[in-house]
Design a protein. Structure first.
Lengths: 377, 169
């Protein structure tokens, strides 16, 4: 456990370090770029827009209200907003013109003027409400609950659809072929994975009561796995960064937190609040640490998955961006093999992270449901 | 705060809600229609295989037991046969011995009877001889006595003559 906590802490520190650094780079680049642009505007013909690596990568790994395909082509997705004046639903195509520049859209039910705003400091894109004076109406914007089917949500729905299609057909093939015959084809692959989750994850970590937690662990494993894999596909239906999104990993971590703590037995809570086998001052000393531990476990799950998948995406995108940085096709001779290589590793990571998330969830469940042993301490 | 600075580490409520919905839908639908039937099927197959293996093992044990029993039976039969032969031989020997004994006894008896008969006949014959000798002696004596009365030398000659004439048959 201590090792896990250290790892999680390292991951946190590392990701924070990386992200703040990245922003420093953005901040540094912005001024010269602007200066250059003004120069270009005066001395040259309309110059090629300066390529900003950080902006490009961040745009790729963050969520969006439309699904960008290529150039100025993108799939419009439904925007669903809840404001203080009620719900507003419209197509994301209404928020941009043919050059992908944001435009304002006047809501039909609320009358608010909606516009996609890019925060200049963070690069974060979000829908804001523009007041009558042309500035952002902060009070109304704060009331927005953005329930849009964004790129990530749409990608997640594709994942859900795929999982349902795969496993309902696999379940049907059991019904059709009977249980005594050996599994075949797709059924065989899925059975191998299911048995992997059962025999390598659930049984060794949970023990006797593993059967009860199998549905949860299987769902978590396959949901993460398929989202990881979809994220590796560079175009539709992949390309979104669902499992590298902190909201997604947080949701799954919260589910693990709920399952672990709701299945925690007397022994588990006793180990948290009144550690057996140590002196009373030590018990008091350990109590807050253990209570923090309840929360650090799912937080470590959340950050591990998020950081690993996001890092993978950043790595692949950075290698592709090398071509644009050097502005030479020759750079692709280096960049493309490396991208392929890293993508292969990312395939492994896609499986590994799904495995680790599920394995640690099973481990925490196992710790929470473990019966009392005298030789434990 | 870096959380405000970095959009990457700031969870959006909309995505959280949609993730929750997606996960719960998956969890319930897959549990009901996929995980439970699949797990049950896999378990059923595994128990089936286990049972088949156990059955095969049992059959093997039974076969071995049967074979053992057969062997034991065979050994027992062999032993019985040996005993029977031995007993038969003993009986036969006994019978032969008894017959021999009986024959010998009969022979002895016959011999004894014959000897007894011979002995009796010999005695009878001797008695007859003795009787005849006696009567002859008496006849001779009579004749002697009658001649004696006449002449002495003649008497003696006569005796001599008689004696010569007596021939013991």
């Amino acid at each position: 456990m201590a090792q896990n906590r250290v790892k999680c802490l390292l991951a946190l520190v590392f990701s924070v370090f990386m992200l703040t650094n990245a922003n420093v780079v953005v901040a540094q680049e912005q001024h010269p770029v602007q200066a250059h642009n003004t120069d270009a505007a005066t001395s040259h013909k309309p110059a090629e827009k300066e390529f900003n690596v950080t902006e490009t990568i961040l745009e790729h790994i963050s969520d969006d209200h439309s699904w960008h395909l290529w150039g100025h082509t993108s799939i419009a997705l439904p925007v669903i907003l809840k404001t203080d004046k009620g719900w507003e639903t419209f197509s994301s195509a209404k928020l941009m013109d043919e050059h992908h520049e944001p435009i304002t859209y006047t809501g039909t039910t609320t009358g608010y003027q909606f516009k996609v705003n890019t925060n200049h400091e963070t690069g974060k894109k979000s829908i804001v409400i523009i007041g009558a004076d042309g500035n952002i109406n902060q009070a109304a914007t704060a009331s927005i609950l953005d329930m849009s089917i964004t790129k990530n949500v749409a990608s997640m729905f594709i994942a859900v659809f795929l999982l349902l299609a795969i496993f309902l057909s696999v379940a049907a093939s059991y019904k059709k072929r009977g249980v005594t015959t050996a599994p075949k084809g797709f059924q065989n692959i899925m059975e191998t994975l299911i048995l992997f989750v059962r025999d390598e994850i659930a049984r060794p970590n949970i023990g006797e009561k593993y059967f009860k937690y199998m549905p949860f662990l299987l769902t978590v494993f396959f949901f993460i796995f398929i989202n990881n894999l979809l994220g590796l596909i560079p175009f539709i239906p992949g390309g979104a960064n669902v499992s590298g999104n902190i909201a997604f990993t947080m949701t799954l971590a919260v589910f693990t937190f709920i399952v672990v703590n709701f299945s925690g037995n007397k022994n588990y809570w006793k180990h948290i609040f009144w550690m057996p086998g140590v002196a009373v001052p030590m018990k008091i000393f350990l109590m807050p640490i253990e209570v923090i531990g309840i929360f650090t476990k799912p937080i470590s799950l959340m950050i591990r998955l998020f950081a690993n998948i996001t890092a993978g995406h950043i790595l692949v995108l950075s290698l592709v961006c090398l071509i644009f940085i050097f502005k030479s096709v020759a750079a692709s001779a280096v960049a493309i093999p490396f991208t392929v290589f890293i993508s292969c590793i990312e395939l492994l990571v896609a499986f590994l992270q799904a495995f680790i998330f599920t394995m640690l969830s099973a481990l925490y469940i196992g710790m929470a449901t473990e019966e009392h042993h005298d030789d434990h301490h | 705060m870096f959380l405000e600075v970095n959009p990457l580490v700031l969870p959006e409520l909309g995505l959280v809600i949609w993730s929750t919905i997606a996960f719960l839908v998956l969890l319930f639908v897959l549990t009901k229609f996929a995980w439970k039937p699949i797990m049950a099927a896999v378990k059923e197959r595994e128990t089936g295989i286990e049972e088949a293996l156990a059955k095969a093992e049992k059959m093997k044990a039974e076969m071995a037991q049967l074979q053992n029993e057969n062997e034991a039976l065979l050994a027992k039969a062999r032993e019985e046969r040996a005993t029977l032969i031995k007993e038969a031989k003993e009986t036969a020997d006994k019978m032969v011995a008894a017959a021999q004994e009986k024959a010998k006894a009969e022979y002895d008896r016959i011999v004894a009877d014959a000897q007894a008969a011979i002995h009796q006949q010999k005695n009878q014959a001797l008695t007859e001889v003795k009787n005849q000798v006696g009567s002859m002696v008496i006849e001779v004596a009579e004749k002697v006595l009658r001649k004696q009365l006449a002449d002495k030398p003649q008497q003696e000659a006569y005796i001599q003559e008689l004696v010569n004439g007596v021939k013991l048959n």
